[in-house]
Design a protein around this ligand. Structure first.
Ligand SMILES: [Zn+2]
Length: 331
């Protein structure tokens, strides 16, 4: 994923800006920073689910144990088989959606993994993560958080939803594991006219367009870098507002305001292809992955010790408990 700009506006900063200028730009930033979510009443006011943070964490460890998992690598194939085994064991129907895009390294075999949980309606909500890790040759990049955490959380969300139906869902769910999110070149937009990234999500949206299935897709929730011990997921500016407010409203209702604060940033990630195709989408990403020693993102420091099962559970619970709120807004 690429960070365009972190825009963290405290209420004070907004007030300062408002005091200094009355422009439309300021008004837009103000709405991003201080608009409160529309309260949504749901009948089932649960505050937790069967999502097991330790189980999700064990999935992250299993991936890290395979080693660096860049697109086309043997370790990624092992990861793919692991994900498929898990999903099949939950009783979900799985599809391996293979494709062979041209990359700066030539043609690379990639595959998205899709597991489906049928609902009363054929309309679909996607919950997604990328499972590849960024290619580095100069150091061992384990991607515990970047690639590993969201994949572990998504497996556990799939298990919980497939087994217990902890919340009543009407729509069909697809749990989608994207290949090739990371750029092959060092920088996100360095190669292939800026298309050397998000291979899996770009391919999936193109396929849905070609097969005229895109209209079934009503929402997409993307998870990325969700395991940091110091979890803080900001509202992503490009994401669909109603999805953001549904999720942040749920987080606030169950007591996780601190982990889902009312501040925003702008991130380019797998959700953009869905947004560009007209599918509402939201990116849940904690991009502040650092401590006083520095930033762990895309470094050899992206290791298991920076993560916690509790953070994974918070994200899992918030996502699962948001679904009735989201569904209530899909007619
Ligand atoms: Zn990354």
């Amino acid at each position: 994923m690429m960070r365009i700009a972190i825009r963290i506006l405290s209420l004070l900063a907004v007030l300062f800006l408002l005091a200094c200028a009355g422009s439309a730009l300021v008004a837009r930033k103000e709405s991003a920073a201080i608009t409160s979510p529309t309260p949504v009443k749901i009948s089932d006011e649960k505050s937790t689910t069967d999502f097991d943070g330790e189980r999700a964490f064990a999935h992250v460890k299993a991936q890290v144990d395979f080693g660096p998992r860049s697109a086309g690598s043997e370790a990624l194939e092992k990861t793919r088989q692991y994900i498929l085994r898990e999903l099949n064991s939950y009783g979900l129907k799985t599809t391996l959606d293979q494709f062979t895009p041209l990359t700066p390294k030539g043609k690379l075999k990639m595959a998205n993994i899709i597991a489906e949980l049928p609902g009363e309606s054929p309309e679909i909500i996607v919950i997604a993560s990328h499972y590849d890790t960024k290619l580095f040759t100069e150091f061992t990049f384990l991607g515990a958080n970047d690639g590993g955490s969201s994949t572990g959380a998504l497996l556990e969300i799939a298990r919980v939803m497939a087994s217990a139906r902890p919340v009543k869902t009407r729509l069909t769910y697809q749990f989608v594991f994207f290949d090739g999110e990371e750029a092959i070149c060092r920088e996100w937009s360095q190669c292939l006219d800026g298309k050397d990234n998000t291979y899996g999500s770009r391919y999936m949206v193109e396929r849905l367009k070609k097969t005229k299935q895109l209209n079934l897709y009503r929402a997409m929730i993307l998870l990325d870098m969700v395991g940091d011990k110091n979890l803080e997921i900001l509202k992503e500016d490009e994401s669909s507002r109603w999805l953001v407010e549904s999720i942040w409203g749920t987080a606030r209702r169950i007591g996780f305001n601190e982990q889902f604060p009312n501040r925003s940033h702008t991130i380019t990630d797998d959700h953009i292809h869905f947004l560009e195709a007209g599918v509402p989408a939201v990116d849940l990403i904690d991009f502040d992955y650092s401590d006083d020693r520095g930033d762990f993102w895309h470094t050899k420091e992206d290791t298991l010790d920076k993560l916690s099962p509790q953070s994974l559970k918070i994200v899992g619970d918030v996502v699962i408990l948001s679904l009735p709120v989201i569904e209530s807004q899909i007619r």
